[in-house]
Design a binder for this molecule. Structure first.
Ligand code: PBG
Ligand code: ZN
Length: 329
């Protein structure tokens, strides 16, 4: 064999294998998505998202304390109001007593060093379950009104103490509007803006929508989320959000879109890059393991190693509690 044909001498030992990776998974790269509901004592399992629950405010300590002790560094909060009436503008999104706003305040108080990111969207709070506000015909989204409302919600999360606001709605122009609102209200240097820049209209959000009660009551999200085959649009969305003032760029889902993540790393080389391993990816990996297709830990690690190899520096994943254990083993 030619000398240059032999690669196996470079990774024959666990240590030399580890030297072959670029960046490698650490606890601080993990962001844990959590669902906060408005029944203070709730701990409701989400069937399609095994091991994950909707938590009431009074039980957040029970959820987070052991995780923080194991090295959890950040959470991504989603609100799930179940006991109040939703309306067409998503008033519950930033209601001071409902879900996200009190959760931010409470978590800040309980765990002063935990990095608190809040997902910003309207779909969990609107009566129709869409991510924006409609024009008077109730058929077409009103971009300006939607963006104005989304920026208002983001600012209220920042005021409540969020370290990061993360708009997942995919409305045109929202990054610029949110950044402006943050700067004009004195939060320009106090709150990170993480944009779900390349968010695709994926079939893998199903368990999340069960968890968050955010399935649209009519139609789908194809007029705002990207078509799965659209590399060009994804690249344009990433560049746009960089120019509009995003501090972190996110690609979502992760596994079927690793090429987009790699593109993002090239298009936004000066930004941290986040990947969201979404509910359906998590459910799929867990289901495969239960069916005996592979070992759960090995597969979960492989999926995240791939995401990091593609360029991610932050990973939102429901496997976060597992990784906090696995990384210690
Ligand atoms: C809502 C939102 C969704 C997710 C995050 N924010 C679902 C959707 O767009 O319908 C998906 C997260 C997941 O599946 O884990 N804008
Ligand atoms: Zn939404």
């Amino acid at each position: 064999m030619d000398i240059s044909s032999v690669l196996q001498g470079g990774y024959q030992h666990p240590l030399s294998r580890s030297w072959q990776s670029g960046k490698t998974l650490t606890k601080s790269m993990l962001m844990y998505p959590i669902f906060v509901t408005d029944d203070p004592n709730a701990r409701v399992e989400i069937k399609s998202l095994p091991g994950q629950c909707r938590w009431g405010l009074d039980r957040l300590k029970e959820l987070l304390e052991p995780l923080v002790a194991k090295g959890l560094t950040s959470v991504l909060i989603f609100g799930v109001p179940v006991s109040s009436e939703k309306d067409i503008r998503g008033s519950l999104a930033d209601d001071p007593t409902s879900t996200v706003v009190p959760a931010i305040k409470l978590i800040r108080e309980l765990f002063p060093h935990l990095y608190i990111a809040a997902d910003v969207c309207l779909c969990e709070y609107t009566s129709h379950g869409h991510c924006g506000i409609f024009q008077s015909d109730n058929k077409v989204l009103d971009s300006l009104k939607s963006v104005e409302r989304i920026a208002e919600v983001a600012l209220n999360y920042a005021k409540a103490g969020a370290d990061c606001v993360a708009p997942s709605d995919m409305m045109d122009g929202r990054i610029k509007a949110i950044k402006r609102a943050l700067i004009d209200n004195g939060f320009g240097n106090r709150c990170t803006l993480m944009s779900y820049s390349a968010k695709f209209a994926s079939a893998m959000y199903g368990p999340f929508r069960e968890a968050a009660g955010s399935t649209p009551s009519f139609g789908d999200r194809k007029c705002y989320q990207l078509p799965p085959a659209a590399r060009g649009l994804a690249r344009r969305a990433i560049l746009r959000d960089v120019n509009e003032g995003a501090d972190i760029i996110m690609v979502k889902p992760a596994m079927p879109y690793l090429d987009i993540l790699a593109s993002a790393a090239e298009l936004a080389p000066n930004h941290p890059l986040a990947a969201y391993q979404v509910s359906g990816e998590y459910a799929m990996i867990v289901a495969g393991a239960r069916a005996g297709v592979y070992d759960l830990k090995t597969m979960a690690r492989e999926s995240v190693d791939g995401i990091i190899r593609a360029g991610a520096t932050v990973i939102a994943t429901y496997f976060t509690p597992d990784f906090l254990d696995w990384l210690d083993q």
